[in-house]
Design a protein. Sequence first.
Length: 238
Amino acid sequence: MYYVGVDLAWGERSPTGLAVLDCTGHLKHVGVAVSDSEIVAQLQPYLHEDCVVAVDAPLVVTNPTGNRHCEAALNRDFRRFDAGTHPANTGLAWFADGGRGARLSALLNADKTIEVYPHAASVALFGLDKTLKYKQKPGRGFDQLQAELLRLMDFLESLRSAEPNLDLETDQWAALKATVFSATRKAQLRRAEDPVDAVLCAYIARYATERPDDVTVYGDEATGCIVTPTYRPSTSSR
């Protein structure tokens, strides 16, 4: 059994983060790819067995305007944490044909593919009062971006004793964290951010499989759905 995380870029010119966990929660692979064919090639060794793929990108988009039902529902729970989603609709050029997520899902042809949203998941998993600010946006300096990305990596490492667990004791993860520690430019952090997000996506896939009663599914299969660990107000303290 494998759990695959895909932090999917909008187009095939930007890097997509990839991560794979085995049935024990051990990190088997973490990396980046650019084109759809490169993504499939990296993940192919893990797709021939039972596999759940978690993609940070819309997989089903049918509405012509505005938010999907799943986005509106998730936003009601998570907007106050700065974890609201961007709208996806067929009126936007990149979703006119269904979007890259739908195309990649068909190419991977995994046993099960789910749409996830790392910002909401991190709030629920780590009891955050606000999302971690490691994404590049105006007004965020290098020091803040680096500190917040390292904070996310520390949170992920803390899942070693969670249920289910996440085992990041690998050379690949150590090298990725060293890259973030030694970075001196925002571009270096941006390249590391994608595979880190992919690890979180892969963990969500495992969490949803092992603890189905502790996840919330926003929306439906026909119009799009987002799967995330259920937010418990009593856990919010960080």
